[in-house]
Design a protein around this ligand. Structure first.
Ligand SMILES: [Zn+2]
Length: 167
Protein backbone atom coordinates (compact mmCIF):
# COMPACT_ATOMS: atom_id res chain seq x y z
CA UNK A 1 0.00 0.00 0.00
CA UNK A 2 1.30 3.42 -1.04
CA UNK A 3 0.59 6.25 1.39
CA UNK A 4 -1.07 9.44 0.11
CA UNK A 5 -1.34 11.09 3.54
CA UNK A 6 1.05 11.00 6.48
CA UNK A 7 -0.09 8.31 8.97
CA UNK A 8 1.31 10.47 11.82
CA UNK A 9 0.14 14.03 11.08
CA UNK A 10 -2.34 13.59 8.24
CA UNK A 11 -0.58 15.98 5.83
CA UNK A 12 -0.72 15.23 2.12
CA UNK A 13 2.55 13.60 1.12
CA UNK A 14 4.90 14.92 -1.56
CA UNK A 15 7.09 12.87 -3.86
CA UNK A 16 10.79 13.22 -3.38
CA UNK A 17 13.92 11.49 -4.64
CA UNK A 18 15.93 9.96 -1.80
CA UNK A 19 19.31 8.80 -3.09
CA UNK A 20 18.63 6.04 -5.60
CA UNK A 21 14.95 5.83 -4.67
CA UNK A 22 12.88 8.00 -6.97
CA UNK A 23 9.50 9.48 -6.09
CA UNK A 24 9.33 8.39 -2.46
CA UNK A 25 6.28 9.59 -0.50
CA UNK A 26 7.55 12.30 1.83
CA UNK A 27 5.95 14.23 4.71
CA UNK A 28 7.33 17.76 4.76
CA UNK A 29 6.02 18.58 8.25
CA UNK A 30 7.39 15.38 9.87
CA UNK A 31 10.50 15.42 7.69
CA UNK A 32 10.38 11.72 6.92
CA UNK A 33 9.60 9.30 4.09
CA UNK A 34 6.73 6.83 4.06
CA UNK A 35 7.69 3.79 2.04
CA UNK A 36 4.96 1.50 0.74
CA UNK A 37 3.93 -1.17 3.25
CA UNK A 38 2.57 -4.66 2.70
CA UNK A 39 1.70 -7.65 4.89
CA UNK A 40 4.32 -10.34 5.45
CA UNK A 41 3.24 -13.91 6.08
CA UNK A 42 4.97 -17.23 6.60
CA UNK A 43 3.89 -20.50 5.06
CA UNK A 44 5.22 -23.83 6.23
CA UNK A 45 5.37 -27.31 4.84
CA UNK A 46 5.39 -29.45 7.99
CA UNK A 47 6.75 -32.98 7.59
CA UNK A 48 7.38 -35.92 9.92
CA UNK A 49 9.70 -38.90 10.07
CA UNK A 50 7.16 -41.19 8.36
CA UNK A 51 7.48 -39.40 5.01
CA UNK A 52 4.23 -37.52 5.51
CA UNK A 53 3.27 -33.86 5.12
CA UNK A 54 0.64 -32.03 7.14
CA UNK A 55 -2.25 -30.68 5.06
CA UNK A 56 -4.99 -28.52 6.52
CA UNK A 57 -8.57 -27.88 5.56
CA UNK A 58 -9.49 -24.28 6.24
CA UNK A 59 -12.81 -23.44 4.67
CA UNK A 60 -12.30 -19.72 5.05
CA UNK A 61 -9.32 -20.04 2.68
CA UNK A 62 -10.59 -22.75 0.32
CA UNK A 63 -13.38 -25.31 0.33
CA UNK A 64 -11.85 -26.99 -2.70
CA UNK A 65 -8.22 -27.56 -1.78
CA UNK A 66 -6.07 -28.32 1.21
CA UNK A 67 -3.53 -25.79 2.37
CA UNK A 68 -0.41 -25.47 4.43
CA UNK A 69 0.08 -23.76 7.79
CA UNK A 70 0.39 -20.01 7.29
CA UNK A 71 0.06 -16.80 9.21
CA UNK A 72 1.01 -13.14 9.40
CA UNK A 73 4.28 -12.00 10.91
CA UNK A 74 3.69 -9.65 13.85
CA UNK A 75 5.67 -6.43 14.36
CA UNK A 76 8.77 -7.25 16.40
CA UNK A 77 8.72 -10.91 15.42
CA UNK A 78 11.19 -12.64 13.11
CA UNK A 79 9.84 -14.97 10.45
CA UNK A 80 11.45 -18.07 12.02
CA UNK A 81 9.72 -17.47 15.36
CA UNK A 82 6.47 -16.75 13.53
CA UNK A 83 6.59 -20.16 11.81
CA UNK A 84 7.12 -21.96 15.11
CA UNK A 85 4.30 -19.96 16.74
CA UNK A 86 1.82 -20.44 13.90
CA UNK A 87 2.44 -24.18 13.67
CA UNK A 88 1.97 -24.50 17.43
CA UNK A 89 -1.19 -22.35 17.45
CA UNK A 90 -2.87 -23.97 14.47
CA UNK A 91 -1.88 -27.61 14.95
CA UNK A 92 -0.44 -28.03 18.47
CA UNK A 93 2.79 -29.41 16.97
CA UNK A 94 6.26 -28.60 18.22
CA UNK A 95 8.78 -28.30 15.40
CA UNK A 96 12.49 -28.71 15.88
CA UNK A 97 14.02 -27.95 12.49
CA UNK A 98 12.83 -24.91 10.58
CA UNK A 99 14.48 -24.07 7.27
CA UNK A 100 13.92 -21.06 5.02
CA UNK A 101 13.25 -22.18 1.44
CA UNK A 102 12.21 -19.08 -0.50
CA UNK A 103 10.35 -15.80 -0.41
CA UNK A 104 7.50 -15.19 -2.80
CA UNK A 105 5.53 -12.12 -3.82
CA UNK A 106 1.83 -13.06 -3.71
CA UNK A 107 0.53 -10.59 -6.31
CA UNK A 108 -3.18 -11.29 -5.83
CA UNK A 109 -3.05 -10.16 -2.21
CA UNK A 110 -0.04 -7.85 -2.57
CA UNK A 111 1.91 -9.50 0.20
CA UNK A 112 5.24 -11.16 0.87
CA UNK A 113 5.16 -14.88 1.64
CA UNK A 114 8.14 -16.54 3.30
CA UNK A 115 8.24 -20.29 2.73
CA UNK A 116 9.73 -22.79 5.20
CA UNK A 117 10.08 -26.51 5.72
CA UNK A 118 9.51 -27.53 9.34
CA UNK A 119 10.13 -30.92 10.91
CA UNK A 120 7.61 -32.13 13.48
CA UNK A 121 9.14 -34.29 16.17
CA UNK A 122 5.79 -35.93 16.92
CA UNK A 123 2.57 -36.18 14.95
CA UNK A 124 -0.16 -35.66 17.51
CA UNK A 125 -2.47 -32.83 16.44
CA UNK A 126 -4.43 -30.36 18.54
CA UNK A 127 -6.22 -28.08 16.11
CA UNK A 128 -7.20 -24.45 16.60
CA UNK A 129 -10.66 -23.16 15.68
CA UNK A 130 -9.14 -21.65 12.49
CA UNK A 131 -8.50 -25.16 11.21
CA UNK A 132 -11.47 -27.27 10.13
CA UNK A 133 -9.43 -30.46 9.82
CA UNK A 134 -5.90 -31.64 9.26
CA UNK A 135 -4.28 -34.83 8.15
CA UNK A 136 -0.86 -36.34 7.56
CA UNK A 137 -0.61 -37.25 3.90
CA UNK A 138 2.00 -39.36 2.16
CA UNK A 139 4.30 -36.79 0.56
CA UNK A 140 3.95 -38.13 -2.99
CA UNK A 141 0.20 -37.33 -2.88
CA UNK A 142 0.33 -33.71 -1.79
CA UNK A 143 0.61 -32.26 -5.31
CA UNK A 144 -2.91 -33.46 -6.07
CA UNK A 145 -4.41 -31.92 -2.95
CA UNK A 146 -3.03 -28.39 -3.08
CA UNK A 147 -4.25 -25.60 -5.33
CA UNK A 148 -3.12 -26.13 -8.95
CA UNK A 149 -3.16 -22.34 -9.51
CA UNK A 150 0.03 -21.23 -11.26
CA UNK A 151 1.98 -19.12 -8.81
CA UNK A 152 0.39 -20.76 -5.75
CA UNK A 153 2.95 -20.46 -2.95
CA UNK A 154 1.84 -23.70 -1.29
CA UNK A 155 2.20 -25.57 -4.56
CA UNK A 156 5.65 -24.10 -5.14
CA UNK A 157 6.69 -25.15 -1.64
CA UNK A 158 5.34 -28.68 -2.19
CA UNK A 159 7.25 -29.01 -5.46
CA UNK A 160 10.48 -27.90 -3.76
CA UNK A 161 9.92 -30.53 -1.09
CA UNK A 162 9.27 -33.32 -3.59
CA UNK A 163 12.23 -32.31 -5.77
CA UNK A 164 14.52 -32.35 -2.77
CA UNK A 165 13.29 -35.78 -1.69
CA UNK A 166 13.99 -37.21 -5.14
CA UNK A 167 17.44 -35.66 -5.39
ZN1 LIG B 1 3.59 13.92 8.88
Amino acid sequence: MEFSFCPDCGARLERRDLGDEKGVAWCESCGRPWFAVFPVAVIALVYNDSGEVLLLRQNYISTEFHNLVSGYVKPGEDAESCVVREIKEETGLEVDRVRLIFTDWFAKKEMMMIGFFAHAACSKLELSSEVDSAEWVEASLIKELLSPRPGSTSRRLALCFLNEREA
